[in-house]
Design a binder for this molecule. Structure first.
Ligand SMILES: N[C@@H](CCC[C@H](N)C(=O)O)C(=O)O
Length: 280
């Protein structure tokens, strides 16, 4: 009979961008890159696009200095083990977990990330809205997929994006390999979005995420996509409903910030096998 349990986990997703959540208030877990890769592996682990460690900012040595110590910090890792500054779908799932676990009360809640503090609110209809900060366009560049060149804008949503608006049929794009990006403009890599306007309010998007591959959704990517689509339409501010393979989110861009609204779902919970965890 088993006498001890491994670390607790929760599995969740936001528009099918899926995560393993690891509660670790005091920062005691040894979360190595290899353990992240093992957790995210869809054959030998739980399977996920990324890991969200739930830790108090004060317990994480590399938390940014401007995040107060008592704030819950989303220590985000991509499936390949790399660290990213921000995750728009992850932060909604993170807050759903905090409220579900009784670690926070519903209402506006500050979440620490490597891109700074992000206010998050669970709405009465269950959707979750995140204040994502300013989506900053910092250049223009190109990529190529399936023999076609795409022009896009570089957008900083806390993490780097190349968002390419075109009339290409998105289902035809082969995103099984990483679309190239300019290393001078993106020295730390880039998430690449392909965006097709459907009408004045709606766009369709597919994404290849840095550190993961093609995912069924990327929250920061949808904000970059909305900023790029607005710019292509000659506007700096406005609203876009973004249709991704995993669902639909809504992005509003004002002169001072961007908000992202979408679902956040908890799917399962349990404990890792201690032998598996030790060996991972
Ligand atoms: N899926 C996320 C973005 C996760 C980080 C990204 N892959 C990066 O490396 O910047 C989202 O929902 O925003």
């Amino acid at each position: 009979m088993r006498t001890s349990q491994g670390p607790e986990f929760i599995k969740g997703h936001g528009t099918q961008n899926d995560f393993v959540i690891l509660p670790d208030a005091d920062g005691e877990l040894e979360l190595t890159d290899e353990r992240v890769r093992a957790l995210c592996d869809r054959q030998r682990g739980l399977g996920a696009d990324g890991v969200l460690r739930v830790v108090r900012a004060g317990a994480l040595p590399d938390a940014p200095a401007d995040v107060p110590a008592d704030v819950w910090f989303m220590d985000y890792r991509n499936a390949d083990g790399s660290i990213a500054e921000m995750c728009g779908n992850g932060v909604r799932v993170f807050v759903r977990y905090l409220v579900d676990a009784g670690l926070a009360t519903a209402g506006e809640l500050p979440v620490g990330t490597r891109a700074g503090v992000r206010p998050v609110r669970i709405r009465d209809d269950g959707q979750v809205t995140v204040d994502m900060g300013v989506a900053k366009i910092f250049g223009e560049s190109t990529t190529s997929v399936s023999g076609r060149t795409f022009h896009g804008v570089a957008v900083d949503v806390g993490n780097p994006h190349l968002a390419c608006v075109s009339d290409a049929e998105l289902a035809d794009l082969d995103l099984t390999t990483r679309p190239p990006h300019d290393p001078d403009l993106f020295p730390n890599g880039a998430n690449v979005e392909f965006v097709r306007p459907l009408d004045d309010d709606h766009v369709q998007m597919r994404v290849y995420e840095r550190g993961v591959g093609e995912t069924r959704s990327c929250g920061t990517g949808t904000v970059a996509a909305a900023a790029a689509a607005l710019r292509a339409a000659g506007a700096d501010t406005g609203r876009r409903v973004v249709h991704i393979p995993g669902g639909t989110v809504e992005v509003e861009i004002t002169s001072s910030t961007a908000t992202l609204t979408g679902p956040a779902v908890l799917v399962a919970r349990g404990h890792l096998d201690p032998t598996w965890w030790r060996a991972a």
